[in-house]
Design a protein around this ligand. Structure first.
Ligand code: NAI
Length: 330
């Protein structure tokens, strides 16, 4: 199949070439949008990532140019009009769980860094400043951690927390029996947020979870708690979180995703002005740590993404069962 691969970094190209099962790949650094859709002319498939926009308008354009298949190099699909793709009978295939540990470990890295302020210590020591003022953290041992969403990543995160000796509370409409056996206590969102010293979001972004963390749910949070989001930016109302940071209600914030990330993340803006007031404000806060959607970025995860992506394409070509097809009710 001729496949147009959008939003490619060098590592995408390297891994996709290595695990290619014989398809013709055309790589584009740009993200998929109404403007860039024309690049996929003549390709029967497109391979896209988290910030490519597959709206109704884009799908219409691509279908006219011969699109038959969409393969996602990720698990989340909030950027895809799944209902319209189903109407056009274009299957959307994803990589449901390439390495939950990669993202779970990154969530823990954000917690450890923010809590023990190793990012600040690193800079201080490089300048010959060995003062410990303002570097104090808290023990994770026996602290309460709220995990919102205990699917693949949430469960991997709970197992890590168990190793640290944390008390784990969780909220999920479909509680996991395995996690309950591990000692995870399930409750309502309000109950789970209450008393937690650390909160980590691991649920998908959809109509029910949009702005899950907003002015009203923030009222349930223990003042000074740390909030971590490695899931999707739209889970948090950014305006509300900035207010909560300013008032001290939120003690610290670790983000690997941001509501308006598509314009900035995965690109180098180091010589440019960031024209997003909220993002600039968040970057300037001393108790906010932002990484640019790198939770998935481990060798194991990228290898698995490449293998599963070609497995998905090969299944489509062979007319086999599409086990990784995104369903309307996913
Ligand atoms: P999953 O589908 O295995 O688990 C999601 C869980 O969230 C399910 O157990 C589901 O029941 C639960 N859930 C649904 N609605 C909920 C709600 N309202 N409140 C609480 N829980 C709810 O998904 P997985 O693989 O664990 O991934 C989670 C999210 O992580 C993905 O949707 C994606 O947005 C994000 N992600 C981020 C990456 C990164 O690089 N930062 C990489 C991969 C995924």
């Amino acid at each position: 199949m001729k496949i147009a691969v959008f939003s490619t970094s060098q590592y995408d190209e390297d891994f996709l070439r290595e695990y290619n099962t014989g398809h013709q790949l055309v790589f584009f650094k740009v993200s998929l949008s109404e403007e860039s859709a024309v690049l996929a002319a003549g390709c029967e498939a497109i391979c896209i990532f988290v910030n490519d926009v597959l709206s109704q308008a884009v799908l219409e354009k691509l279908q006219q140019k011969g699109l038959k298949l969409v393969v996602l190099r990720c698990a989340g699909f909030n950027n895809v009009d799944v209902a319209y793709a189903a109407q056009l009978q274009i299957p959307i295939l994803r990589v449901p769980a390439y390495s939950p540990e990669a993202v779970a470990e990154h969530a823990m890295a954000l917690i450890l860094t923010l809590n023990r302020k190793t990012h600040k210590a690193y800079n201080r020591v490089r300048e010959g400043n060995f003062s410990l003022e303002k570097l104090m953290g808290i023990n994770l041992y026996q602290r309460k951690v709220a995990v919102i969403g205990t699917g693949h990543i949430g469960q991997a995160f709970c197992r890590i927390l168990k190793g640290f000796g944390c008390e784990i509370k969780a909220h999920d409409p479909f509680p996991s029996v395995e996690m309950a056996k591990l000692g995870v206590k399930y409750g309502s969102l309000a109950d789970t947020l209450k008393d937690a010293d650390f909160i980590s979001l691991h649920c998908p972004l959809n109509v029910d979870t949009q702005y899950l963390i907003n002015e009203s749910s923030l009222q349930h949070i223990k003042p000074g708690a740390m909030l971590i989001n490695t899931s999707r930016g739209g889970l948090i109302d950014t305006q509300a979180i900035i207010r909560a940071l300013k008032s001290g209600l939120i003690g610290s914030l670790g983000l690997d995703v941001y509501e308006q990330e598509s314009e900035f993340f995965f690109h180098d803006f180091s010589e440019l002005i960031i024209k997003d007031e909220q993002l600039s404000q968040l970057i300037s806060f001393p108790n906010v740590l932002i990484t640019g959607h790198q939770g998935f970025l481990t060798q194991e995860a990228i290898t698995e993404i490449a293998k599963v992506t070609f497995g998905n394409v090969d299944a489509f070509v062979a007319g086999a069962a599409l086990v990784n097809r995104v369903k309307l009710q996913n």
